[in-house]
Write a new protein. Structure first.
Length: 498
């Protein structure tokens, strides 16, 4: 059951209120031609490297040409559609239906199905065609950013990884969300998902599906340790002690990749801190919170898990799938991971790779607390829908996005592809409840979840963390936070290279 009282992560950022005013979320992205942008050195675009950094609030500065967003009536159906660029299927002769290209992340086919469904419901107002992006999130970012920098008008809809949204919004590459659409898609949305879809207190993308990590555990191990995570929150120290005392391993992600940043950020946020204290600042003015008590506590936990080998021998290369494999073995005890592990474990039982008794022993709960009595801030991930600023069909694209994220569509997508909804009411769907018995815990976790640093320089921050906090066994709370701060700060100022 969802508890009636918990502290949403937004309360730490915005004071006692739970959500900013809708009007603030929906302010149009400011546009100015005065100051060029710096999009991120990792993209390898030398011109971007040489450009200046935007100051606080200059989210749309430096757009090379003003984005003209105008309302289009249904009469557009009578206008011939221009060629939409490489990779887009041409319209049939005489067909004047606007074609929207939706660039999606790879999935099990659910987004393509939603595209077909919303095309049918549009009744000729538009047609959605899907183009699948690379599997790796950083490659998705690079492809989209390069094309948007070239004012590519064929990018209508985009499935965006939340950490990269500030970079695109800051550059003016996202068309402003119309007020009516913002109001519609913000209703009954988990707090963590709203934060992840926003930049500078304004909604800049449409919340679609919202991922979060749970604490998965073997009931037998927890019981032997005197713990009942389903009844009361547990702390990292408690699960570490339980694993140590029973000679078991913890399923965590210590690989030198984005999964490691996710873990570091969740620990810092759960301890009451932030990796980036002023996410809208220019690169030269970014202040890091790694040397705070929260940052040092995160380093203590990671360093102890690494040095005591609680994460297993493969921790330095362990990602989400490797964590699951380890958890399914005899040494498994507790694991932090995304909900995909549940259908994966079910499939292993059906295939005969695991006994049903294993699945019966699996429990789930909200992410572990860093400080006992203080709600954890679980990881937040997922996908939000952005509309390209250079699209020739902005209005139709937002209408399509609103269709895609209807609660009933999110519920169906959860069941078909295993990706949790951002809509809180979608979790009440009977099929969702039957398919995912932990649905209420996922919903609670999303209300508490905290996004990774929402800065235009996220790529530099994330890679800098991975460079200085890896491997976990080398992390020292008295040394690593300061070294990490010095390195990332130097990278942001152009004094060091990743």
């Amino acid at each position: 059951m969802r508890p009636s009282s918990h502290r949403p992560p937004g309360a730490r950022d915005r004071g006692p209120g739970t959500r900013p005013a809708a009007g603030r979320r929906r302010r149009a992205i400011r546009r100015s031609g005065g100051r060029p942008l710096r999009l991120g050195v990792a993209l390898g675009v030398e011109a971007w490297r040489r450009r200046g950094s935007p100051g606080r609030g200059a989210r749309g500065a430096g757009l090379r040409r003003a984005v003209r967003v105008r309302r289009r009536s249904r009469a557009i159906a009578g206008v011939s559609v221009l060629a939409l660029g490489a990779g887009l299927a041409a319209c049939a002769p005489g067909d004047s239906t606007p074609v929207l290209t939706w660039y999606t992340n790879p999935d099990a086919g659910g987004q393509a199905k939603l595209a077909q469904q919303c095309t049918e419901e549009a009744d000729g107002a538009y047609r959605i065609e899907v183009s699948v992006l690379p599997r790796d999130a950083s490659s998705q970012r690079e492809q989209l950013a390069r094309r948007l920098a070239a004012s590519d008008s064929s990018i209508d809809l985009m499935s965006l990884d939340p950490p990269f949204i500030p970079e695109l919004a800051n550059a003016g590459f996202l068309a402003p969300v119309p007020d009516d659409i913002a109001e519609q898609v913000s209703q009954d949305v988990a707090e963590g998902a709203l934060q992840g879809a926003s930049w500078g207190d304004e909604l800049v993308t449409v919340p679609f599906w919202a991922n979060t990590q749970l604490l998965w555990y073997k009931k037998s191990v927890a019981e032997a340790a005197g713990l009942d995570p389903a009844a009361a929150p547990v702390t990292w120290d408690q699960v570490m002690d339980a694993a140590r005392d029973q000679d078991k391993t913890l399923g965590v992600q210590g690989i030198k990749a984005e999964a490691y940043t996710v873990w570091i950020n969740a620990l810092v946020e759960s301890a009451g801190g932030h990796i980036v204290e002023n996410p809208e600042a220019s690169a030269e003015d970014v202040e890091l919170g790694l040397e705070s008590d929260a940052g040092k506590e995160a380093a203590r936990i990671i360093g102890e898990i690494g040095s005591d080998r609680l994460g297993g021998a493969g921790l330095p290369t362990q990602d989400e799938n490797a964590s699951l494999t380890q958890f399914q073995g005899d040494s498994g005890s507790f694991m932090v991971n995304w909900p995909f592990v549940w259908p994966a474990m079910q499939a292993s039982v059906e295939d005969g790779a695991l006994d049903q008794s294993f699945l019966d022993d699996v429990g789930w709960a909200v992410y572990p607390q860093v400080t006992e009595g203080t709600d954890a801030a679980p990881p937040y991930g997922g996908i939000n829908l952005g509309v390209g600023a250079f699209s020739e069909h902005v209005d139709e694209a937002y209408e399509a996005a609103a269709c895609i994220v209807k609660p009933e569509n999110q519920a169906a997508y959860f069941v078909s592809d295993g990706n949790p909804p951002s809509s809180t009411v979608a979790y009440d769907d009977p099929t969702v409840q039957e398919t995912f018995p932990m649905a209420d815990v996922i919903r609670q976790s999303l209300e508490q979840a905290a996004p990774r640093p929402q800065t235009p320089y996220y790529n530099e921050v994330s890679q800098g963390l991975q460079e200085t906090w890896h491997p976990a066994a080398s992390v020292d709370p008295d040394r690593t936070p300061q070294e990490s701060t010095d390195f990332i700060t130097a990278v942001l100022r152009g004094e060091r290279l990743l």
